[in-house]
Design a protein around this ligand. Structure first.
Ligand SMILES: Cc1cc2nc3c(=O)[nH]c(=O)nc-3n(C[C@H](O)[C@H](O)[C@H](O)COP(=O)(O)OP(=O)(O)OC[C@H]3O[C@@H](n4cnc5c(N)ncnc54)[C@H](O)[C@@H]3O)c2cc1C
Length: 431
């Protein structure tokens, strides 16, 4: 049985639209495509494929949106961590520019999908601010902004008083603003993707953990505890919750814990002062802060953490962060804490793998998965629908590998502490 813990008290779970009805898989089915994982990646792929008339079975060991897709900050952030030129250098002249365009268009793609299917997920496209927390990071933001704007991203810089008013805080003196960025209620978004995929004919099952995969007569048999699906294609959309079912996939990513808090509903005065234009905000810290308001007037505040249940020191990190960025609020204003796992890759970019005929995997969004997982689902579907590898938006690559991956996990708490200390020292010495 799954061992991953439920988020303890997630605001998204308390406020999301009703979960779609899904049952546990029992018995045997055949389908054109089996999708493992019912998050944004798997559900977008399911929707695209079912819309084209393919028979699709989605299997999740928990329920749709249970993974990072139902727990994240809901920030639709359309820009990579690297400079476009670095991506192009790394991926080459064909796929490099395509990946840059994927990032640049990813938010618009998500909001167009929401509009097309009228997904009820409080989608708001009011722009994403990325604040520089030190003087050196101002230079970094300026460099990134200039480079991404040259590649077509709708981006400008905001500073000084104008920025302080846009945030309701003096914590940052300069930020980039990407107009196409925005936010969704992530669990509602996942559930709505599921609803529409089901309406188009996809069969979605919960509590159905895939345990094994076997090839037989050019088809794949996908086994759960209580059922089996036989299909030509199997798509692994399991991101940071990837287990050992598909050999080698788990080692290609490293899970990172992200944690969040939600305050009580803000007063009218606070609501008008904090992020008055309903922008989303993240920053340049290594142990990042990210924040936004949501439809019930609460402020969401996130960072990197040590455990999905977001207890103890993780809660303290969020409390201190909140008070630092928004001194008008305090730890006692927080009413919800929760966390989840996202996946990072060795090169910081998302990956599409095709390790055997009929097997695909799309994962590794490095904290940009709301928009990019949505996009990856479409790319996975287009491969199944006949697009050649050469014509895909994202290249199919061999599994990447982390040097000393097991130590990544063991050393994660020390790494967070180390990066947090560096962030603090930089703040002190670069004032
Ligand atoms: C707290 C937090 C905050 C974040 N904030 C943001 C943000 O603001 N903006 C942003 O862009 N990104 C953010 N992210 C990252 C983003 O949420 C993810 O990149 C994205 O949701 C990944 O979607 P996915 O569908 O690929 O995977 P997931 O949503 O993680 O889904 C994977 C699913 O696979 C299932 N599964 C795994 N193994 C099996 C198996 N063997 N059989 C059956 N099912 C299986 C799991 O149950 C799970 O439901 C955040 C992540 C977290 C955790």
């Amino acid at each position: 049985m799954p061992t991953n813990q439920e988020p303890i008290k997630s605001l998204w779970r308390a406020t999301a639209i009703t979960a779609p009805h899904v049952e546990k898989l029992t018995g045997e089915l055949t389908a054109d495509v089996t999708i493992v994982g019912a998050g944004f990646t798997g559900l977008r792929a399911a929707l695209e494929l079912a819309e084209k008339g393919l028979s699709v079975v989605v299997l999740d060991s928990h329920e749709p949106g249970w993974g990072a897709s139902g727990r994240n900050g809901g920030q639709v952030n359309p820009m990579g961590h690297e400079l476009p030129e670095e991506i192009i250098d790394h991926m080459g002249d064909v796929f490099g520019p395509r990946m840059v365009q994927c990032y640049a268009n990813s938010a618009n793609e998500l909001f167009a999908l929401v509009k097309k299917h009228d997904l009820k997920c409080h989608a708001t496209q009011n722009g994403w601010l990325r604040g520089a927390h030190t003087r050196p990071s101002i230079l970094k933001i300026e460099k990134l902004a200039k480079a991404w704007a040259a590649h077509g991203l709708d981006l400008n810089l905001v500073e000084g008083n104008e920025l302080h008013k846009m945030i309701g805080s003096q914590a940052y003196s300069l930020a980039s603003k990407v107009s196409s960025g925005g936010s969704v209620q992530p669990l509602s978004y996942a559930r709505e993707l599921c609803r529409v995929a089901q309406e188009k004919g996809a069969q979605v099952f919960g509590q159905s953990q895939v345990n094994s995969l076997q090839q037989k007569d050019n088809r794949w048999q996908i086994q759960t505890d209580t059922g089996k699906v036989t299909s030509e294609w199997v798509l692994f959309c399991t991101n940071a919750y990837t287990d050992k079912t598909l050999k080698g996939l788990k080692q290609s990513v490293s899970p990172v814990i992200s944690i969040q808090a939600a305050t009580r509903p803000l007063t009218d005065e606070e609501y008008d002062e904090i992020l008055p234009q309903n922008n989303t905000l993240s920053d340049t810290r290594r142990v990042v802060y990210y924040t936004r308001k949501e439809e019930n007037r609460r402020l969401i505040f996130g960072s990197v953490g040590l455990a999905q249940d977001c207890n103890g020191n993780d809660q303290i990190r969020l409390q201190k962060g909140l008070e630092k960025v928004f001194p008008q609020l305090s730890a006692k204003d927080i009413e919800f804490y929760w966390g989840g796992k996202l996946a990072v890759t060795p090169d910081g970019l998302p990956h599409l793998h095709e390790p055997a005929k009929g097997i695909l995997a799309g994962l590794g969004y490095n904290g940009r998965g709301v928009a990019m997982a949505t996009l990856m689902g479409r790319v996975l579907a287009s491969r199944v629908l006949g697009t050649t590898k050469e014509d895909l938006d994202i290249p199919t690559t061999p599994y990447g590998s982390f040097k000393l991956r097991p130590f990544h996990q063991l050393g994660f708490p020390a790494m967070v502490k180390y990066y947090e200390t560096r962030d603090k020292l930089e703040e002190i010495f670069s004032k």
